[in-house]
Design a protein around this ligand. Sequence first.
Ligand code: GTP
Ligand code: SPV
Ligand code: MN
Length: 650
Amino acid sequence: MAKTPKFANAKVFAWVDKWNKLCTPDSIVVVKGTKKEHFDICEMMVKKGQFIKLSAKKRPGCYLARSHESDVARVEGRTFICSKREIDAGPTNHWMDPVEMKKKMEKAYKGCMKGRTMYVIPFAMGPIGNPITQYGIEITDSPYVVVNMNIMTRTGDAVMKHLGKDGSFIPCIHSVGAPLKKGQKDVAWPCAKKIEDKYITQFPEDGEIWSFGSGYGGNALLGKKCFALRIASKLAKDQGWMAEHMLILTLTSPEKKQYHVTAAFPSACGKTNLAMMLPKLPGWKLQTIGDDIAWLKPGADGRLYAINPENGFFGVAPGTSNDSNPNALKSCKKDTIFTNVVLTPDGDIWWEDMGIKAPKEGIDWKGNPCYVCADDPYRMGPKPGMTKKEIKEMGYVAAHKNSRFTAPAVNCPVLDKDGFNGIFKKKPTGVPIDAILFGGRRPSTIPLVNEAKSWTHGVFMGSAAGSEVTAAVISDQIGQVRRDPMAMLPFFGYNVCDYFQHWLEMERTSADATKLPKIYFVNWFRKTADGKFMWPGFGDNSRVLKWICQRIEGQVKANETPIGNLPFAKDIDLANNEGREGFTVDPKMLKEILTVDVEGWKKEIATVGASYDEYDAKPSKDSKEASKTAHRVPKALRQVLADVTAALAK
Ligand code: GTP
Ligand code: SPV
Ligand code: MN
């Protein structure tokens, strides 16, 4: 049995000792967070066949991993919020009694690290020492998780030192759930293969995260969704701040005025892209602070101040090209881990819609050979000489739809270094937010941009968000529209109704509510009847950001409609509207996506009402305990719903 190492911090010792005894690893390594240690682990994984080292010339410091076919995305069906009372997890979460869940999971953890090394990762969510930053200790038996955590969070000695003798942290335990017998050879991607053997469990009241059976993304990199969203959203509610699934960007106008914008879009709906977008509009400059998560705290001046708790980007690979997101491509030029993309013969990587011609031959995400398509040099198929149509009909892709790159934020050429380090005007406050955007993937009905008439109306817009389900989650509903309030559906750490109420409270408790950000709803994804995007998106989205800045400054009028304030088409700046087909704005389409589709909206609002009914306390054994107002959709939001319904009927 491995001996538990000494730690200055008694709580860290107790956490590691507990799991050492239960999981019985062969050895224990405490992660120091040095470059050498990081690359030593990567090279060890190369030797074990778990990583492929990419060309030192084309992708220095880069590696490719291929996951098991059962382990390619978040598993929402196996994600649990284990509060004492079911009603506190709410109707959108899977729940189990925490005592029962711990008993059940402890059985699974028993001996689960046999034949493996247990890594102890001290990590920070946020710049070390920043007043908003929080800390964690993740125990894992996955070296893949260690090197990904090294990129996605700040790890190692500096964190341990900051924790000192009695600093607090969120304790996290993770195992791939695949112990090795004596002499048994490891596989390329160990995990529990059956979905029902995987558990992603949050204990919001204990502030603990227990994950078992998966090695992929948010299931295993526990600082990300489990901590920075599920656990943090509960902390934030209790302490009066917000933990949101939002990018943060800095926008500078030609007049050199700076704006900070956050945007909450569901998984694989455009956060990374907007966060590092290259504006098409001349004179506008955009810089990145974060691409997935924002922690926002109210300031004494009434404004909301935000930091990015992360240290890297876990970005969707397919679709990332020089046309769509050149800064993301540059971010993964070095020191990046790629998962489930295509390996090319020259030791580089490739994916669908990378804007680069496919190699003649490659290895697809499953490790099988793949070949350039006969009639489209930008596609690959599983057999030589296949046509685009044949490949499409098979539903074949060479890079998995949720294949990802894990890239260090410092690689991003447009990183706002001050903002990224939580600094504004030389103080560690985070950046003051001017606008909050909500959005989703909506082929119909939802206009390009819609401004909320008030904070409450904005909260309503967020609560009413819907989006097509994407490959970021293992689901049989991919492509169908589902309600995804504030893009947080999979990430609420508590009851969704109480979360809505918390958003409303931010206005009530603000030192100056007139300074709160203005709220907008955007939709880059409207489609024509024959399935073509009506708006070019990407760099052209700068045109919408400019309109938002002009609204903040009171420089343009808006079309006041029953659903909110829409731009007049003439106010969307079409400067530099040149480029390839599909990458320019069609003024006729622009008119259409700025018009209220009254019949579509009537249906939309009815669906929102139905979702509210579902959120209202479902009968559970706690229902009697629940008061009449808690755990119910706030009256103020029901009122907006009624007002919009009435206005549409006129
Ligand atoms: P998560 O990391 O899962 O939270 O996703 P995300 O919100 O960061 O999504 P991301 O920016 O990676 O975009 C996902 C997919 O949407 C990619 O394939 C993009 O090419 C595509 N996409 C992003 N922005 C736009 C846009 O403005 N228009 C269109 N048509 N597609 C977009
Ligand atoms: C998402 O699904 O929203 C992601 C990817 O950002 S994961 O980290 O796997 O949750
Ligand atoms: Mn995300």
